[in-house]
Write a protein that binds this ligand. Sequence first.
Ligand SMILES: *Cc1c(COP(=O)(O)O)cnc(C)c1O
Ligand SMILES: [Zn+2]
Length: 416
Amino acid sequence: MRLHEKISGYKCMGCGSEYPITPFIYTCGSCGENLDILFKYEEIRDSWSKADLRAEADSSIWRYHNLLPVESVPKDRSICVGNTPLVKSESLASSYNLKDIWIKDDTRNPSGSLKDRASEVGIQHAIENGFELIVAASTGNAAASLAALTAFYGKKALILVPADAPIAKLTQILQYGATLCRVDGSYDDAFDLSLEISEKYGWYSRSTGINPILSEGKKTVALEIAEQLEWNTPDYVFVPVGDGCIIGGVHKGFYDLHRLGWIDKIPKIIAVQSDKSSAIVDALESNRAIEPVEATTIADSISVSRPRDALKALRAVRESSGFGIKVSDEEILAAQKILASSTGIFSEPAGAASLAGLMKASRTGLIDSADSAVILATGSGLKDIKSAQKLVSAEDPIPPNLGSFESFIKGKGLGN
Ligand SMILES: *Cc1c(COP(=O)(O)O)cnc(C)c1O
Ligand SMILES: [Zn+2]
């Protein structure tokens, strides 16, 4: 479908002002809040069916192009963003007392995080509108993702990161050939500078919480979950939350499918944050507006003092009758290890926060044993080896003889 056939315009999340489709619009002209994209669900339903989707040969996120706010799909999509596995874990389900638990393994995107879903659609939007250079501020993954996909599409990327971004993410950005500008300050500082830059130079902004296209890309994770479960949605989806763009996208994806009549219910969407970066969960718990915090969590991808997509995040939780939950950094690191050792999915701390949230919700009786849950594993553990090493360490080498080996395996549970 053409753009004007599937979307009607933009609506401000703050004051409700509506805007026609304009490629250069980011935030609301009257209140400055973020915009939401409005789809023409009746038209989409009339020209697209589940059977059409089943017959679609493209397994990447572009199989859902009728729900994406761009004119056309890239000609070459062979890098394949999306189509990540939904892994069922009997062992987690029995440990945490739920009927079913699935892990959506988004570590398996081209640059190793869910951010590729947003970059893919953002870059296509930028290309359609004639931009050659895309600028982004990021805690690391959005930048690595933008750098990877601009490399694939032959475009330029300028990336601002806080000085303390993990080395693996910085290395990815440089390997992909983007221009890297490290900012001596926090993510929030890098973000503000990126906005000034994109405005001054007229460059396309891939920064979360300003560009409404991005949560639309991220919503493909929900579209995939629903399709993988044959349109039987789970009771809960646990989402690690920083700026709130992913969780906003997760909700939008299920909302779209509900409006199309393809699913019966929208899952309860659970926002998980570190108690050292909890602006959104605090607002949910107190039922007040967002108050910035001083974010210090070890889970760098969700370390955000002033969340930039907070209204979409709050809407996702409230409209789906979900809840917010805070976990400690220790619980996040423990969950990272449990996820890796019980499912084979090695996620960075932020990506395992969703499991930490589920574990706590189960322990505190917030979820029912008859229920099913999907947890999002949003980024690869290889991106932050230093954090991953906090709970594991290799033993000293042994002399190369059988006697030493025999004392080594004692108590390892390998038999004998
Ligand atoms: C960006 C990111 C998040 C948080 O997403 P927001 O849209 O900022 O809420 C969580 N996990 C990983 C791995 C990320 O890269
Ligand atoms: Zn407004």
